[in-house]
Design a binder for this molecule. Sequence first.
Ligand code: IMO
Ligand code: MG
Length: 336
Amino acid sequence: MKNKINYVDICCGLNWGDEAKGKIVSYLSKIGDYNFVCRWSGGNNAGHTIYKNGIKYKTHLIPSGIFYDIPSIIGPDCVVNVNAFFEEVNYLKSNGFNTNLIFISPKAHVVTKDHITEDKDKLFKTQGTTAKGIAPCYKDKYARKGLLAKNIPEFKDYLWDEKLYGNILCEGAQGFWLDINYGNYPYVTSSNTLPYGACSLGFPPQYIRHIYGATKIYDTRSGIDPFFPENLLEDKDLLLLVKVGEEFGTTTGRMRKTNWLNLDKLVDAVKISGTTMMLMSKVDVVKKINIYKLYHNASLINFENFDVMKTYIDKILKEKCPLLENITYSEKNELD
Ligand code: IMO
Ligand code: MG
């Protein structure tokens, strides 16, 4: 039935972005039965890496459903730069994907050249933003003087009819601690990264079935944040994580600041986001360097091996997060 929503699954990041959301969404697109895959927030500040048939693809704006021929929607609370959008459309087209399935909400806001210039000249320097014009665009949106996608002639063939039905998958961008309300303000992004933000796509919250929370077994941060001081890059074990984990930004190429998993933060993110299925990736990285540490109750704990650490994480999360149904640990290539 083309007018009835069946269920909505949401994948959100539980940390500071870069938690393999793209990979998880493309995996769910492959194995699931979705009619739509939708982005609900942000713009091309995101950097999602996915593998299909052993080939690596990167997207910044277009939902990962496109890799599995599922209509892919850029929602009304997203911001879209015209050039970046067409660059990505052409990239996907030249790789053989069906770009007729890409749609932009008429209500999405347009990131202009001036937004990008302002971001580059100011916020990039003080906050380490991705310099894609995100904050200046949302600033104009909330000042009610923004430019809407429906007013851009180049977007004419891509405008979404705003109808959702069947089974829907929502692809988060950024992460819980980059959220405009929950992050370490002003070291945040300018959008709602929590699952409730996905309702802006036009479905009631009662239809939400699973909330997939994406996390890593260690923490990373691209951009400036006093919670991740620069001297983290001087710690030789943490540098090992950067190298073995290949922690360089998909969007910016910058080396990510890396730290041991902060379990206190993770518990809060799982609880408040309403995560029902948690996926913790990059387990192979800590196994490879053979160091198992995390912060809990603000102190650093050292574990003998992965199994002991896993048992500890499982126990704390199960105790503190009543809505959490399932925890999956994953290693490289397991979700491809
Ligand atoms: P994905 O979807 C990691 C960070 C930036 C900066 C702050 C604000 O790939 O997980 P912005 O350009 O949004 O104004 O920058 O947020 N940031 C991300 N970090 N992954 C992302 O997206 C990010 N999007 C923004 O580094 O600190
Ligand atoms: Mg990223």
